[in-house]
Design a protein around this ligand. Structure first.
Ligand code: 26W
Length: 822
């Protein structure tokens, strides 16, 4: 893909000019941060050309458009990714080298835009990349948080949160679009009016409002000149401070609206899989949803007269229940502003909205207290009441006399608004994110809904973008893959990776493959040395678990097993043991006390083990501070083993598992989420599977759990590590520091069952899987083959495949091509 702006001389001149105009400096005097800005603005110019061309093409073709509605977009850095997708990375790297500038250093200047927590937010970012690459018109719709996901510091082994002021140096890639601002209203009351024709009108009075100002962020497709838009909304007060105003009422209102605006977009809630139920969060939801839907309707009406045709051109995908007020907001606009009747409005809405479920964790299910909800969104609440009334009528018609059904399925029940029910009732599609997860939704969590409307339910197994997680994260491997396949097609068609199977028996190729892994391990080792001050041996097995910290993900199982290994090594110094480095990375939600205890435990264990010279460095433990997209890229590329050890049935899909696989790390995990499909693709012999099945877990749960004392009393190795939580071994003699973790494993506590996540139950089989992995690693050739097999079999897990399925089964978008000559 030729672009004159990336001709070396042109690009170098642009960078020089930018340094001058932005900073009044010569390149040689500029700081790395200033160079980052100058380079980014030069890249942005190239992007803008394509962005304009894309919008023109859309204007002409009028393709159906998906609005991907999400509270979170975990984008990661843009510069490197944009260069890759514009196929200019190598050219630009060389041009900069000629100026004495190292592109890697420049890239490291960019703050990670971290407008997301974990899996759900990162998935949204991968989806935007694939939508643009496949040539589909799409908008990401979200919030421009002033502060993204907090920065994690580890102090004395504890997590400490620091604000993420990601915008402090400005954001070169974004574009402020005040001309597309929308007003969003909160609170007040609804007055009913009748006009001369007898028609009813609902008028919101005494409300507060804010202006939503869009910032557009380019999403560059790979090698196709398509640039889509992520539109994230900032809030501004509508009434400016009128300091000379003598009207106190006005003044107070002005202050209030100023505060409302400031607060709404202030910060991303750092909760993953757990609702805080805060009013401000609901404000955030309605704020970006209302602005986005208004913008979509405005855009549609510029071209089309007949609003009933909306479903032919527009579809709203709701990323979990967080944007589900979209359903009622669309109804409000159609009823109150377009003056449609209920049936017509409902018909349109239920053809435009679709819902993705990302979790079955009960504590993540969004329910809002009716009093809070109706106070904040009075008209929206009225509409939901009517949706609920009609739905309950339908349930009663279908299941006469079955009030149990009504209780279980109603949208409004027990003083709460149940967002998932609203999403399912109004959505034309309900999907899970991996086969197993969708089955659990259909047969357990959402069984009643599935029985009533089976046609809505479908699976869309998650995927990841190979542009970021192979090309950018692992350039050595990317080049090797291209060389071995003799083509770059894998970049946009990951199924081509299967061609690598031809090299599974080629000793030379396997050696090259493992050499690349080794170099990536050296790169990570250097990062660890710099950030943790810990020396790790790149020849040791890098066994990695990186993801949000949550009990169900069982980082505790992993670290207990490390404690067990350490005991073994101490007891039997002579036993055969391949040196291992256990790498952890995880943020805990700021208020999630037990998760934070687990972080402290990991760091304490690391401290003891890493400083015990008697074990000759056989075992190392590293906790990587501030795990985020940018360091994730280094980590995936360097991993030997991918830990995916959630309690079966709990992890909806997982996407980290796919990133490891792509980079040649076999999975050590449970039959949960997408692990099941990974094993399907790579074969059970190329993974290390252990633990209870989802059915077994669900069965135990339905029968009150199991008794962990049966294990504790009968397995001395397990008893020993559990006891080490409270004998001071890892707490400088403090016996109370980890008492809560100890209790969580052994004793029922209030509502919570002892060992809710089956850690002790799965321990032996986990230790066995670990031992099998170590044995396998000792056989270098066999291991290389297994690792390469993982890379070769990752084709299914491209987000390109996932997006094509969404397009075929749910969105029905039109494919768009930008003509290079125009
Ligand atoms: C309201 C608080 C809250 C915040 C985030 C509740 C729930 C969430 C997300 C749904 C949690 C999440 O990120 N889920 C993850 O979604 C990924 C993408 O589908 C899956 O791969 C993960 O398995 C799932 O945990």
């Amino acid at each position: 893909m030729y672009n004159p702006r990336f001709e070396k001389d042109v690009f170098k001149r642009d960078v020089r000019n930018n340094v001058k105009t932005l900073f009044r400096k010569e390149v040689e005097e500029a700081t790395p941060q200033q160079l980052f800005q100058a380079v980014s603005y030069a890249v942005k110019e190239a992007i803008i050309d394509d962005w304009l061309a894309t919008q023109k093409q859309y204007e002409k073709d009028d393709p159906k458009t998906v609005y991907y509605m999400s509270m979170e977009f975990l984008l990661g850095r843009a510069l490197g990714n944009n260069l890759i997708n514009m196929t200019a990375y190598k050219e630009v790297k060389e041009a900069l080298e000629e100026m004495g500038i190292d592109l890697n250093v420049i890239e490291d200047q960019e703050p990670d835009p971290a407008l997301g927590n974990g899996g759900l937010g990162r998935l949204a970012a991968c989806f935007l990349d694939s939508l643009a690459t496949l040539g589909y018109a799409s908008y990401g719709c979200g919030i421009r948080y002033r502060y993204g996901m907090f920065k994690q510091k580890i102090r004395d082994g504890y997590q400490v949160e620091a604000p993420d002021n990601w915008l402090k140096d400005g954001n070169p890639f974004e574009l402020r679009r005040p001309e597309y601002a929308k007003e969003v209203r909160f609170g007040g009351n609804i007055r009913v009016e009748y006009d001369e024709t007898g028609k009813t009108h609902f008028v919101q009075e005494n409300y507060e409002s804010v202006m939503a100002i869009p910032y557009d962020y380019p999403i560059v497709g790979y090698g196709n000149h398509i640039v889509n838009t992520l539109r994230i909304w900032d809030a501004e007060a509508i009434v400016d401070f009128q300091l000379d105003s003598f009207d106190r009422g006005d003044y107070h209102k002005a202050v209030e609206q100023e505060n409302l605006a400031k607060n709404i977009v202030e910060v991303l809630y750092p909760n993953d899989n757990h609702i805080a139920g805060k009013e401000l969060r609901l404000k955030q939801q309605y704020f970006f949803v209302s602005a986005s839907i208004q913008a979509a309707i405005t855009k549609f009406k510029k071209k089309h007269g007949d609003i009933s045709k909306l479903p032919e051109k527009v579809t709203f995908q709701m990323n979990d229940t967080h944007p589900t007020v979209a359903v009622a907001e669309l109804m409000r606009i159609l009823l109150d502003e377009e003056n449609l009747g209920w049936n017509e409005a409902w018909d349109i809405t239920t053809k435009c909205c679709a819902y993705t479920n990302h979790t079955i964790m009960a504590e993540a299910l969004e329910k809002w207290p009716i009093d809070l909800f109706s106070r904040l969104l009075p008209r929206i609440y009225q509409i939901i009441q009517e949706i609920d009334r009609r739905f309950v009528e339908q349930v009663r018609a279908q299941y006469p006399g079955n009030e149990e059904k009504v209780k279980k399925m109603a949208i409004l029940m027990d003083g709460q608004v149940k967002m998932a029910h609203l999403a399912i009732v109004a959505g034309y599609s309900v999907n899970g994110v991996a086969k197993l997860h969708t089955e659990i939704l259909k047969n357990q969590e959402l069984k009643d809904f599935y029985q009533m409307m089976p046609e809505k339910f479908n699976n869309k197994t998650n995927g990841i973008t190979q542009r970021r997680f192979l090309m950018h994260a692992n350039p050595l491997l990317a080049d090797w893959v291209t060389e071995k396949l003799g083509t770059k097609e894998w970049i946009t068609d990951l199924s081509k990776m299967s061609g690598l199977k031809e090299w599974l028996d080629d000793e030379e190729a396997l050696k090259e493959f493992m050499t690349i892994k080794f170099k990536n391990k050296e790169r990570l080792a250097a990062y660890i040395k710099e950030h943790n001050g810990v020396e790790v041996d790149p020849r040791s097995i890098f066994d990695v678990q990186v993801k949000r910290l949550h009990e169900y993900k069982r980082q505790l199982l992993n670290i207990l097993h490390v404690m067990y290994l350490y005991n073994q090594i101490k007891d039997h110094p002579e036993m055969s043991f391949y040196p291992k480095t256990y790498v952890f990375g995880a943020k805990a939600s700021a208020g999630y006390i037990r998760a934070k205890e687990i972080i402290k435990l990991i760091n304490s264990v690391a401290d003891v083990i890493n400083n015990d010279r008697s074990i000759n460095g056989k075992l190392k433990v590293v906790f990587i501070e501030d795990y985020r997209v940018s360091n994730a890229e280094l980590i995936f590329a360097a991993a030997d083993i991918s830990e995916q050890i959630s309690t079966a049935s709990k992890e909806a899909s997982g996407t980290g598992n796919m990133k490891f696989m792509m980079n040649g790390a076999p999975t050590l995990g449970t039959m949960d989420g997408a692990n099941v499909e990974i094993v399907d693709e790579v074969g059970i012999d190329n993974a290390f599977i252990f633990g209870l099945s989802a059915d077994e877990v669900i069965n135990y749960e339905q029968n009150g759990g199991y008794n962990p004392y049966d294990i504790y009393n009968n397995d001395p190795d397990i008893r020993r590590v559990v006891d080490q939580l409270v004998d001071g071994t890892y707490a400088n003699g403090d016996k109370e520091m980890y008492r809560d973790l100890y209790n969580s494993l052994l004793n029922n506590q209030g509502g919570a069952r002892a060992d809710m996540y089956f850690i002790l139950k799965d321990f032996r089989s986990y230790a066995d899987a670990q031992a099998r992995a170590m044995e396998a690693y000792k056989d270098t050739d066999k291991w290389a083959k297994m690792a390469l097999k993982n890379t070769a079999c990752c084709g299914k897990f491209s987000a390109d495949r996932t997006i094509q399925e969404y397009v075929d089964d749910i969105w029905h978008l039109d494919h768009v091509v930008i003509n290079e000559d125009e």
